[in-house]
Design a protein around this ligand. Structure first.
Ligand code: SF4
Ligand SMILES: [Zn+2]
Length: 245
C-alpha cells in the first residue's frame, strides 16, 4: 500500500505555493492595479452594472482596501482557468472566437439625469466574440448557484447586468453566457441574453447617482427593492451591518 508522505521538502513546496499565491495580486482592472484605487474608485467595472447601487458606492469608497484572502485570490484565478477551458472547447469545436479571456477595454456613458448629464467610465473584460456576431461571457460556479439558479434557468442579476455592459461597449445585441460547474466540469448550453434597453437606462441612472454621490459625499438610500436584510444580495454583502444598522 502506498503511504502519502508529507516531508520537509513537501512543507517547503507548500510555503512556496503560499508565497506565490500572495504575490499574485488579483485586481478587478488595470487602473485598480496601478494604485488609483487607493482613494475612492473613480470608475465602474462591468459587473457593477448588475449590482445594488448602494453596494457599488460602498465598494468605490473602500477602493483597494478590500481584504482578499489567499484562498479567495486562488479561487478567482482558478475561475479564469475554467473560463479559458470553455473558450478552448468552443474553438476546438470549430467556432471562431476572437479576443482573449479577460481582454480589458473601457467605455464612457453619459446618462441624462433630471439635474443634467453625468458621464462615467466602465472598465470591461470580455471573454470573446463568437463568429463576429455575438459576445461570450464564461463563468464557473459553485454547486449552490448551479442547482438553484442555472439549472432552473435563472441568471443572477450581476451576470445579466455585466453582459448588458459588454453589449453597450461592443455595440452588439446578443451575448451568450456559458456556465461551467466548478467541481463536475459540466457545461450547460450557453444562455442567450438580448440587449435590454430599459434595464440599461435604469442602471445608467443608478450609476450616475453613484458618480454624483462620490463627488458630493452624499450617502444613497437603499434601493426600494431591498425589503429586508435577508434579501439574497444583502445576505452576502460586505456592507450589510453598515447599511442596515
Ligand atoms: S446590504 Fe443590501 S441594500 Fe445595503 S448595500 Fe448591501 S446589497 Fe445594497
Ligand atoms: Zn478598477
Amino acid at each position: 500500500m502506498n503511504v502519502a508522505i508529507i516531508s520537509e521538502q513537501s512543507m517547503k513546496l507548500q510555503s512556496d505555493i503560499d508565497a506565490g499565491i500572495k504575490s499574485l495580486e488579483e485586481h478587478p482592472c488595470s487602473i485598480c492595479r496601478q494604485g488609483r484605487g487607493e482613494g475612492p474608485r473613480d470608475h465602474f467595472h462591468g459587473s457593477d452594472w448588475g449590482k445594488c447601487y448602494k453596494m457599488i458606492l460602498f465598494d468605490c469608497l473602500v477602493g483597494k482596501k478590500e481584504v482578499m484572502t489567499p484562498q479567495k485570490r486562488s479561487f478567482l484565478r482558478d475561475g479564469h482557468l475554467h473560463e479559458e477551458s470553455i473558450v478552448s472547447a468552443l474553438r476546438a469545436g470549430g467556432r471562431k472566437i476572437t479576443g482573449t479571456v479577460g481582454n480589458e477595454s473601457s467605455f464612457n456613458f453619459t446618462a441624462n439625469t433630471p439635474k443634467g448629464p453625468v458621464t462615467f467610465t466602465t472598465i470591461v473584460h470580455t471573454d470573446g466574440i463568437i463568429d463576429g456576431k455575438a459576445g461570450l461571457e464564461c463563468k464557473s460556479v459553485k454547486d449552490y448557484a448551479w442547482k438553484n439558479k442555472f439549472l432552473k434557468g435563472k441568471i443572477p442579476e450581476t451576470y445579466y447586468g455585466q453582459c448588458q455592459a459588454y453589449m453597450l461597449k461592443h455595440r452588439m445585441l446578443t451575448w451568450f453566457l456559458a456556465v461551467k460547474h466548478r467541481h463536475t466540469s459540466e457545461i450547460l448550453p450557453p444562455f442567450e441574453i438580448q440587449f435590454d434597453k430599459e434595464y440599461v437606462q435604469k442602471k445608467a441612472m443608478e450609476l450616475a447617482a453613484v458618480t454624483v454621490a462620490l463627488k458630493t459625499g452624499q450617502i444613497l438610500t437603499r434601493p426600494k427593492s431591498k425589503l429586508n436584510k435577508r434579501d439574497s444580495e444583502c445576505l452576502y454583502c460586505n456592507y450589510k451591518d453598515q447599511c442596515w444598522g
